[in-house]
Design a binder for this molecule. Structure first.
Ligand code: FE2
Ligand code: FE2
Length: 467
């Protein structure tokens, strides 16, 4: 089960060779995927050798195997965590019953929607980031970008495997459509809003990997609890890869913060070609609020249904004492007659908000570490997460305007102050003006500090990408 047969066309640990029909279907999808990758993946660099991590098995030593590879030759494969014998539903109406290895008919549509929505985010982010190779601040960062990109490609494979294996003809059609939608396209956009926003420079890339990939972590963690066992096993393995994406984001922003602090000691940050902290705060506000939207409505019958069915749990369900959530409540802010009030909402209906609350705590830990860097540099400035009601486009807050403090605003106040809180055209123009490529080994763009250490314990001036 856990040894990957690397000589197969599609590396896998799911005994694909034992199911000829499925193998043929996925081998037919593979060239379409490669076409999509060449058309919509990173622009340029496809013929270069990149120092990448490739999973060759799900064992501890196997999943972090480093080598030079050209991106189109990356071994995109299908990896599931090994099956746990006697696993039972950990939550919901079927708690304690054996988990499912097939999709129960009554939950088929709900499950397909969960898989497709997750799957759609994976190619979307590759599309959003495809131009960034032209302006990388270093070879180290260029390599990290491509690592994230190829792994998002692999996450698409993970979801397509589930669609092909468990959803018959519908699943195959969904798998094709995953390659047809395009981020930001007006006719065929990606499903979720944040995945249609352009990631037009590296500050947005680092904010995206910090905040939007972290939404992915929480969605995958909730699906890793699933009573549909193949989904749980594939999400568990995806989480190991996802951790690196958030590392790229958190440390990327931390390095920009550090550089800003260094420049503050010698004068005006922008005059010296850095990203000043107030501007960084605006991009934080933007990407954090876009990412909060990804958790869905605050009060949601879909979330309740998915939990009841045993398809989507809470973050680390094991930490909780009670797993059926009948008769329990979650205290949260809600909007009533135009006012923000605290209210107890039946727990199953509040599960999007429960997951979002865990996510917010995790984001706060990252922001605390950035603030520690600022303090260590001796600078008096604090970065802050805006209130969860700020700049929301999904859910109950989306029809009202809130300041980063959480204060309810009228439209004209919002219009007048928006540019103080979110990147305005001048900010965007300024940030783009900083984006010049640095491809010399060991060199960094002026607006970002070098990383604390290299990838795979290699030195910072390692040739991460062969020019
Ligand atoms: Fe992903
Ligand atoms: Fe990711």
């Amino acid at each position: 089960m856990s040894t990957v047969l690397t000589d197969e066309k599609i590396p896998n640990n799911v005994n694909l060779a034992g199911d000829k029909r499925l193998q043929r279907a996925l081998e037919a999808w593979q060239p379409q995927f490669i076409d999509w990758w060449k058309q919509m993946g990173p622009v340029g660099w496809q013929e270069r050798d990149i120092y990448l991590r490739t999973a060759v098995s799900v064992e501890t030593e196997g999943w972090a195997h480093f080598n030079y590879v050209k991106m189109p030759d990356y071994r995109w494969g299908i990896f599931l965590e090994p099956k746990q014998p006697d696993r039972v539903h950990g939550f919901g109406d079927n708690q304690g019953q054996p988990v499912w290895d097939e999709v129960p008919g009554e939950f088929r549509n709900m499950l397909r929607r969960l898989v497709v929505t997750q799957g759609d985010t994976e190619p979307a982010s590759v599309e959003q980031q495809r131009m960034l190779g032209a302006t990388a601040p270093s070879l180290y960062d260029l390599r990290n970008l491509f690592q994230v990109n190829v792994e998002e490609g692999r996450h698409l494979w993970a979801m397509v495997y589930l669609l092909h294996t468990y959803f018959g003809r519908d699943g195959r059609e969904e798998a094709e459509e995953l390659l047809q939608r395009r981020s930001g396209d007006s006719d065929k956009p990606r499903i979720l809003g944040a995945f249609n926003e352009p990631t037009s420079h590296w500050l947005s890339f680092f904010m995206f990997t910090m905040f939007t990939d972290r939404d992915g972590k929480y969605q995958l963690a909730a699906l890793a609890e699933s009573g549909f066992d193949p989904l749980a096993r594939t999400c568990r393995f995806m989480l190991t890869e996802e951790a690196h994406h958030m590392f790229v984001g958190e440390t990327g922003v931390q390095r920009i913060v550090k550089r800003a602090c260094e420049l503050m000691k010698t004068g005006d940050v922008r005059a010296q070609g850095g990203v000043d902290l107030p501007t960084l705060q605006k991009y934080l506000n933007l990407w954090y609020s876009l990412s909060l939207d990804l958790f869905g409505g605050e009060v949601s019958s879909n979330a309740a249904d998915a939990f009841a069915a045993g398809l989507k749990g809470r973050y680390k369900e094991d930490r909780y004492d009670e797993h059926k959530l009948i008769g329990s409540h979650f205290g949260m802010e809600v909007l009533e007659e135009g006012r923000v009030v605290h209210k107890d909402v039946p727990m199953r209906n509040a599960l999007n908000e429960v997951l979002r609350t865990e996510y917010i705590k995790d984001c706060q830990r990252g922001v605390d570490r950035w603030n520690k860097t600022i303090r260590e540099e001796g600078i008096d400035f604090e970065l802050r997460l805006p209130d969860h009601k700020f700049h929301r486009q999904i859910g109950m807050w989306s029809n009202h305007r809130f300041a980063p403090s959480g204060e309810l605003l009228d439209q004209s106040t919002w219009d007048a102050r928006r540019g103080e809180w979110l990147p305005n055209d001048a900010d965007e123009t300024y940030i783009k003006s900083l984006m010049h490529p640095v491809y010399e080994r060991g060199k960094m763009a002026n607006w970002i500090a070098p990383p604390a250490k290299g990838i795979n314990a290699l030195p910072g001036d390692f040739e991460y990408v062969k020019l």
